[in-house]
Design a protein around this ligand. Structure first.
Ligand SMILES: Cc1cc2nc3c(=O)[nH]c(=O)nc-3n(C[C@H](O)[C@H](O)[C@H](O)COP(=O)(O)OP(=O)(O)OC[C@H]3O[C@@H](n4cnc5c(N)ncnc54)[C@H](O)[C@@H]3O)c2cc1C
Length: 467
């Protein structure tokens, strides 16, 4: 699947296709594993792959299915099938939260922007992941897109921002047009799921994990970690609705910012989920005469305003989602839908302190505080100035309301975890995903999650699993 040629190679299949669920449970129980990894997002797939490449016997348990070969993958319909609550997950305060649940986790729907950890990372965590980040950049050839793919309208936004004195730069991406197995087609709709192969997702690492010998079980929900005398010894859950218990030397929970604290609470770590960050995000739009950035790949030009805690990037929501949001806003917003091809869109992420919670009964609290509103107002005004400078009609500027796309900081390094990502409560129990962040990063988090997970795999191979 390299250099524009469709590969004849078949994707490795996740589950053992020839076994029914009872045989499958028997089969996995009768095997011995060094490590159980829960969740196949960037956290889980990375650590599973690297442990297996280091010669360890690993089983990866994933709640969702692998939808990549289905007709609806990468279409407007897809997210209704593979996101939590079919796209209708909200905090109790009403902030929508996008939580994809399938193999590869949230990277199926990510905007593929790549940034390393923020400047405060090392001083706040004491976890040095610089070499793992550099290794990943080389491995995945993370770089800004060639100019011809950035999109003229997105470049126009960047130029308008620079004219106003902001340091807009082309954004490094997890997209590599060389990787495509069909025509490079990473427009805004790749946020429903990438059909052309240009966008890296954690499925790629999961496939490599299977090739390295990892057993992957899909439709498998882990409820709790089994703990004996403060040492984790396995997990308990269901596979296709049937109960199972599984033992291993160590357990790594990578079920994401919302899934991980729920599993840990059920396992006796009652302060897991005592806070939550989501990198609250909104999009400001304006209408121009020519073509908007609606067909451009998302997040190709960005600007970070560290002083005010705001990140800006070029992005329009895909047409189906954009239309649905106007419908939910009310009939008097429907007139915007036919103007979609002429929309210029800028996404804004606002810096938040950790707040809210993930409760054991599943409730999620994510309030928008006074300071969040202030930051949002600054962000809106800055976008408005840029859009006007870029030539938008002054009467056409509006925003699509905030949503959370990066659940994190629920099981934090320095609080629930030590600097090797081991839980402070129990031995042999580790966490490797966005939960571990001490605070929301206000930037794309995936590269940091991969760096952390690579480091964890190296640490475990050298220490706990060195025999
Ligand atoms: C719309 C959108 C745009 C984004 N854009 C970007 C971007 O441009 N750049 C960037 O870096 N990041 C982006 N992100 C964020 C990024 O995708 C996530 O931060 C990242 O995927 C989190 O990785 P994770 O391993 O922590 O968890 P996840 O990716 O959420 O993976 C967790 C996995 O665990 C599984 N799971 C949950 N509970 C259980 C259980 N009980 N048992 C078994 N399995 C379970 C889930 O099904 C899921 O597959 C975006 C996210 C969204 C939603």
């Amino acid at each position: 699947m390299i250099n524009g040629k469709k590969s004849n190679q078949k994707r490795p299949k996740a589950i053992k296709q020839n076994l029914n669920v009872f045989e499958l449970i028997n089969d996995i129980k009768n095997n011995y594993y060094d490590a159980i990894v829960v969740g196949s997002g960037p956290g889980g797939s990375t650590v599973a792959r690297d442990l297996a490449r280091g010669g360890k016997k690993v089983i990866l348990l994933e709640h969702g299915k692998d939808h990549r070969d289905k007709w609806y993958y990468g279409t407007f319909i897809g997210p209704f099938i593979y996101t939590d609550k079919h796209g209708h997950l909200k905090s109790k305060e009403g902030v929508p939260i996008v939580r994809p649940m399938m193999t590869g986790g949230a990277t199926n729907m990510f905007a593929s922007a790549a940034s390393g950890p923020p400047s405060w990372w090392l001083s706040k965590t004491g976890v040095d992941i610089e070499s793992e980040i550099n290794e990943t950049i080389d491995e995945l050839q993370i770089a800004a897109l060639p100019e011809k793919y950035i999109g003229a309208a997105s470049q126009r936004i960047g130029e308008a921002g620079r004219d106003l004195g902001m340091d807009w730069q082309s954004q490094k991406k997890f997209i590599n047009p060389q990787r495509c197995y069909s025509k490079f087609d990473c427009g805004d709709k790749c946020m429903f799921g990438c059909k052309c192969g240009g966008k890296w997702t954690a499925n790629d690492y999961m496939d490599q994990a299977i090739q390295a010998g990892v057993t992957v079980i899909t439709e498998c929900t882990v409820d709790k970690v089994i703990v004996d005398d403060e040492v984790a010894t396995g997990v308990q859950g269901t596979i296709k609705g049937k109960n199972f218990l599984l033992n291993a030397k160590i357990v790594i929970v990578s079920a994401g910012g919302i899934g991980t604290p729920r599993i840990l609470q059920n396992s006796g770590i009652y302060n897991a989920g005592d806070a939550l960050g989501v990198d609250t995000t909104f999009v400001v739009y304006g209408v121009i005469k020519g073509k908007g950035n609606t067909g451009d790949p998302p997040m190709t030009m960005s600007y970070c305003d560290y002083e005010n805690g705001l990140m800006y990037s070029t992005l329009t929501q895909p047409f189906g989602l954009f239309s649905l949001i106007q419908y939910y806003k009310g009939w008097n917003h429907l007139y915007k839908i036919p103007k979609f091809p002429h929309m210029l869109g800028i996404m804004v992420k606002i810096k938040e302190d950790i707040k809210g919670y993930v409760a054991p009964d599943g409730e999620i609290s994510m309030p928008l505080l006074h300071e969040d509103h202030l930051r949002a107002n600054i962000g809106y005004q800055v976008c408005k100035n840029i859009l006007l400078k870029a030539g938008c009609d002054p009467n056409s500027i509006f925003w699509n309301p905030p949503r959370g796309t990066h659940p994190c900081a629920t099981v934090r390094i320095g609080h629930h975890l030590d600097s090797n990502l081991k839980t402070v409560d129990f031995d042999n129990l580790y966490v490797s995903d966005a939960s571990t962040f001490p605070a929301p990063l206000v930037r794309p988090p995936t590269l940091t999650i991969i760096g952390l997970s690579k480091r964890l795999a190296k640490h475990l191979i050298k220490t706990k699993l060195n025999t």
